[in-house]
Ligand binder design. Structure first.
Ligand code: DHB
Length: 391
């Protein structure tokens, strides 16, 4: 009886052209990003990349309409959590995506587990994140993944004494630990490890301590959006003139800000998974389309994490033939490989982290602009922290 009147209602609505899109014909993606606040460049880059992907690939996958719901969490974890709850309960999203900082990703992990909604982490990069929910799949990177090759390069290239300087939270501590352990294993010495607060960082007093320790090099991690402030203070403190070499993860020589950094950045060796200068045909086409759609803005690694994140959701939906069950989607993502604009990638079926090439790069001026020019790569690197835990 109930079913019949429901169907009758539907027919009536359809016949007068009022039928709403049936919920099951739409896949809703809740995209949570810091669009304002200190990490707003992450939000801006990620949103631009996702919109570009949808423009290039359409908004229908396996017969389903993709609907994107973008929310600004301002980079505050309590807000991320509240927004995720609303997206799950009220908007009935099928997928959650984004997460610009580690605490924001961690705040949502229990909700993803409880609601069985895939949580695609396109930015945050502390190693432990994927272990916090079986519904988390990550398309960014981990700090140990990017850092170990930096420590290896340093030890092989005559650097003996290092001070580490990192932002004092998850990814910074991961970077510090990975550098200290690998560099010591390879015969180097870390004489001091400094941690700078995440909020309103003033690097100057820390840089003075680096100067006083007079190491061969300082190894640095700061999150995306803080690199140009760091580089300015590095020059102001005269560290570039004091013969202390700067080694970094590519978060510091971030493509979003690299051109503003000036000559202080020239020659800086750093390691990361994506450079806008990556010389593949896929990346050349991506950078050109991204710049065209965004007033000349250069894509950074946050854009690429998001571009691959939405690609992964599309591919998973194709594989499940439009089935939006959370477990089915995550299962479809496990082991998936594709040619990213960063190079070849695979979702590790065991950890749900991304396996990718890590590049050693040097900041160079090419045609009047600063670029991270890749000169070596370590192929298909897994997150080393989880790899070490395996029996
Ligand atoms: C994180 C944020 C960043 O901007 C970055 O470059 C690396 C890691 C994070 O909070 O996990």
């Amino acid at each position: 009886m109930l079913r019949r009147s429901f169907l009758a209602g539907l027919c009536l609505a359809a016949s007068v052209g009022l039928a709403p899109a049936l919920a099951q014909d739409t896949v809703r993606i809740g995209l949570i990003l810091p669009m304002t606040g200190a990490s707003s460049t992450t939000g801006k880059q990620a949103e631009a990349a996702i919109r570009l992907f949808m423009q290039q690939n359409g908004t229908t996958v396996a017969g389903k309409k993709i609907e994107l719901i973008l929310k600004d969490d301002t980079g505050v974890a309590d807000t991320t959590k509240r927004i995720a709850q609303e997206l799950i309960v009220n908007d009935k999203v099928n997928v959650l995506m984004g997460f610009g900082l580690t605490p924001l990703a961690l705040a949502v992990a229990p909700l993803a587990t409880q609601a069985k909604v895939p949580q695609i982490v396109t930015a945050a990069a502390t190693a432990i994140i994927t272990e916090q929910s079986p519904f988390i799949v990550r398309t960014s990177f981990t700090l140990p993944q990017a850092t170990v090759p930096m420590a290896e390069w340093a030890a092989k290239n005559g650097v003996k004494k290092v001070v580490t300087l990192v932002t004092d939270y998850g990814p910074g501590i991961d970077a510090e630990k990975a550098f200290v352990e690998r560099f010591a294993k390879d015969g180097g010495t870390v004489v001091e490890s400094l941690r700078v607060p995440l909020r309103n960082p003033d690097f100057s007093p820390f840089l003075q301590r680096v100067r006083d320790a007079s190491p061969d090099a300082v190894f640095v991690f700061v999150p995306s959006g803080f690199g140009s402030t760091f580089m300015k203070q590095f020059a102001e403190r005269g560290l570039d003139k004091a013969g202390i070499r700067l080694l970094a993860t590519g978060d510091v020589t971030d493509d979003d800000q690299l051109n503003e950094m000036g000559d202080t950045a020239l020659g800086v060796i750093n390691t990361h998974h994506y450079s806008a200068a990556h010389p593949s045909p896929e990346n050349k086409a991506f950078v050109e389309a991204f710049r065209k759609a965004n007033n000349g803005m250069r894509p950074n690694f946050m854009a690429v994490g998001a571009y691959d994140g939405i690609n992964l959701v599309y591919k998973a939906l194709e594989k499940t033939k439009g089935n939006t069950d959370g477990t089915a989607l995550v299962d479809a993502m496990k082991g998936m490989s594709w040619t990213s604009v960063r190079g070849p990638v695979t979702i590790d079926p065991e950890t749900r982290d991304i396996i990718q090439d890590i590049y050693i790069r040097k900041v160079e001026k090419v045609n009047g602009e600063l670029w991270n020019v890749e000169f070596a790569k370590i192929e298909q690197v897994k997150d080393p922290v989880k790899a070490a835990k395996k029996p």
